[in-house]
Design a protein around this ligand. Structure first.
Ligand code: GLY
Length: 398
């Protein structure tokens, strides 16, 4: 989720330098938000009752919607909040409010670890932007539900209830739910939420990463927090680097550093960024193939969602990274410029009214391959907002 932008004004001047004299990048945030507004106006018209959440495109080209219990249900409302944040137009606030309140039943859902994605991206952004008191109890109840999936003996939040015969699987994606629990710790004063975050982050740092800082997708734990098996679900192979998983880790440890100021988390985020950015199979436009080790590169699908998550994460990480931040900032701008180009960004009325084309949900499951995905749009808009805030500072006018 987007943090408050005010602290960005106090950032170290990490990217100033000779590149400052270069021409302004082609990226046009106002144009991108204007188009996003037009696309999402159409999306709202095709979804009048708000019960079916826009998700993707079916193989036959038709619109794919999902129920509020699906892990992606908060992204559309979250994107509507980002449209409100950029435009200040009350029509987006009204739409975002409706699509956030739709998620209310999920506050008591204890069957998923994804409540951060589901509730915090929508209601959390709404609370940040409006302080609407109606959102707070829903968010706090949801945080309590998420915390039920943490068991001190294991030291991590359980992602799924079962995976290939193992009863305590944890996926790298789960780092993305910690931002929600940090919020809950601050808001409620209950330090247990903070303790859970740190425990989960430390175990993940220890158990989910290879020596090159790429990550496994799934780590299956046993009693005492013992690692029983490391596997993949959505990647090419157990030992491969599934692209979106790398970006969940990058974003996750960037937020962990923001929330704790623990330098280990900053170093971890930087190591993950360096794995991604220096990978020999990262294309020049910096939008990765769906797995860095997919067998038929360059004849493999790209994953725009991973590019969008990486861009957003790097635009925060650069602000903590001193001189090294310049490379992160420039890489993020390249990613956003790529995503805003006709290669990835749909024209008005195309793409079932989603913003970005060419993402991959899960190739091993033959699901959502080379399609729009609602979360690619969400992190794209978030990254544009972060870029917009940074580029107003002299140091970032590259
Ligand atoms: N969190 C599920 C995914 O990234 O596909």
């Amino acid at each position: 989720m987007l943090k408050n932008l005010l602290p960005l004004l106090l950032l170290p001047l990490c990217v100033a330098g000779t590149a400052r004299a270069q021409k302004a990048p082609a990226l046009n945030v106002a144009r991108e938000f204007a188009l996003a507004g037009q696309q999402y106006e159409r999306m709202l018209q095709t979804h009048p009752d708000g019960k079916r959440t826009p998700q993707s495109t079916n193989p036959d080209g038709s619109m794919k919607d999902m129920p509020t219990s699906w892990w992606c249900s908060g992204f559309f409302g979250g994107s509507l909040w980002y449209l409100f944040e950029h435009t200040k137009d009350p029509k987006w606030q009204a739409a975002a409010d409706k699509w956030s309140r739709n998620l209310t039943p999920e506050q008591t859902n204890t069957s998923t670890h994804d409540l951060g994605f589901m509730l915090y991206c929508a209601l959390g952004n709404g609370y940040r932007l409006t302080q609407n008191p109606a959102y707070r109890p829903i968010l706090l109840t949801g945080a309590g539900s998420l915390a039920t999936r943490f068991h001190p003996e294991y030291g991590v939040i359980k992602s799924w209830d079962e995976f290939k015969g193992y009863s305590y699987p944890v996926i790298i994606d789960n780092l993305m739910n910690l931002e929600y629990l940090f919020w809950a710790a601050r808001e409620s004063g209950d330090k247990r939420f903070y303790t859970i975050c740190v425990s989960h982050a430390d175990s993940t740092l220890k158990n989910h990463f290879r020596p090159d800082y790429s990550s496994y997708h799934v780590v299956c734990y046993g009693p005492g927090g013992k690692v029983l098996k490391r596997q993949t679900s959505q990647g090419y192979a157990d030992e491969s680097a599934w692209a979106r998983g790398q970006t969940w880790g990058l974003y996750g440890y960037t937020v962990l550093y923001r929330e704790t100021k623990n330098p280990r988390y900053l170093a971890q985020a930087q190591h993950i960024a360096d794995f991604y950015l220096h990978h020999p199979r990262l294309p020049a436009d910096k939008i990765p193939y769906w797995d860095f080790d997919a067998p038929n590169i360059p004849n493999e699908e790209r994953d725009a969602s991973a590019g969008a998550v990486a861009a957003s994460a790097l635009l925060e990480l650069c602000t903590y990274s001193g001189p090294a931040g310049k490379a992160y900032y420039q890489a993020a701008v390249t990613m956003l410029t790529s995503l805003a180009s006709p290669a990835y960004r749909a024209k008005l009325g195309e793409n079932n009214n989603f913003l970005l084309k060419h993402s991959v949900g899960s190739k091993p499951h033959h699901s959502e391959i080379d399609v729009p995905l609602v979360y690619a749009d969400y992190y794209y808009l978030e990254a544009l907002l972060r870029y917009d805030a940074l580029r107003k500072l002299p140091a970032y006018q590259l």
